[in-house]
Design a protein around this ligand. Structure first.
Ligand SMILES: C[S@@+](CC[C@H](N)C(=O)[O-])C[C@H]1O[C@@H](n2cnc3c(N)ncnc32)[C@H](O)[C@@H]1O
Length: 221
């Protein structure tokens, strides 16, 4: 993705009421933070311009939705667009930050769902540790998801998809559903398309999809 630097991004993020300035201050208290009686708490990692998460928040007002994005200019552009088109939603917040920090932002088992949509594939083998389904990231998700919480992933990249299935298996997750043609299979009738998904679908690409839950790890004897 080509990212256009936006000089005013820090100021936009600082002034937007949708952006949480310090996620760590809310660790363990996210549900109280939302103005709604948030039911489930859902996080999208790498939300980009935030279209998916804002639509999900609109469709599920009883749930709390948090979009994490590490690049300020990308998030700021999304915030500006949202502010033009929608009223602030009480059940939607954004965070500028990196997924590696998530253990400091959420308490143990605080999240009900994590979404990975079209994560950067990091195709070179020497960059495999940066993929958002590498073992170190899966360990973070396990720590902050509730015991039977859900990890959902969509990608156009079959190599990343194969890698993710393999890592989930070796790291003790149970894959509940998987498909290499989400749209053809019709397994997610209320699917909300992300910006990237729409682009890939227009190009005729098939979308890979999975849902997984962490399984209890055997205790060392
Ligand atoms: C390819 S884009 C997909 C954006 C959006 N999810 C979509 O499907 O349209 C991936 C996004 O993830 C963000 N990202 C990548 N690694 C991240 C990380 N470790 N923590 C937070 N965001 C990350 C990137 O900055 C980028 O905006």
């Amino acid at each position: 993705m080509r990212i256009r630097y936006m000089k005013e991004a820090p100021q936009i993020l600082e002034e937007a009421s949708w952006v949480v300035p310090d996620g760590m201050a809310l660790q363990g208290h996210w549900k109280e933070h939302f103005d709604t009686e948030a039911g489930e708490l859902c996080l999208e990692i790498g939300c980009g311009m935030g279209r998916f998460i804002s639509q999900m928040a609109a469709q599920h007002p009883e749930q709390g939705w948090i979009g994490l994005e590490r690049i300020s200019s990308v998030l700021a552009r999304g915030i500006k667009r949202l502010e033009k088109s929608e009223e602030a939603r009480p059940n939607l917040r954004f965070l500028r930050g990196d997924a590696v920090e998530l253990r400091n932002v959420f308490g143990p088992g605080e999240l009900d769902r994590i979404y990975l949509n079209f994560s950067d594939p990091w195709p070179k083998e020497r960059h495999a540790k940066r993929r958002l389904t590498a073992p170190s990231y899966l360990a973070i998700y396990r720590a902050i998801l509730r015991e039977d919480g859900l990890l959902q992933m969509k990608t156009d990249n079959e190599i990343l998809f194969d890698f993710s299935l393999e890592q989930l298996q070796t790291q003790g997750w149970q894959v509940l559903q998987e498909s290499r043609d989400l749209h053809g299979a019709g397994i997610l009738p209320d699917n909300v398309m992300t910006e990237y998904e729409e682009k890939f679908v227009k190009q005729g690409k098939k979308i890979c999809f999975l849902q997984a839950v962490p399984q209890a790890l055997a205790k060392d004897s």
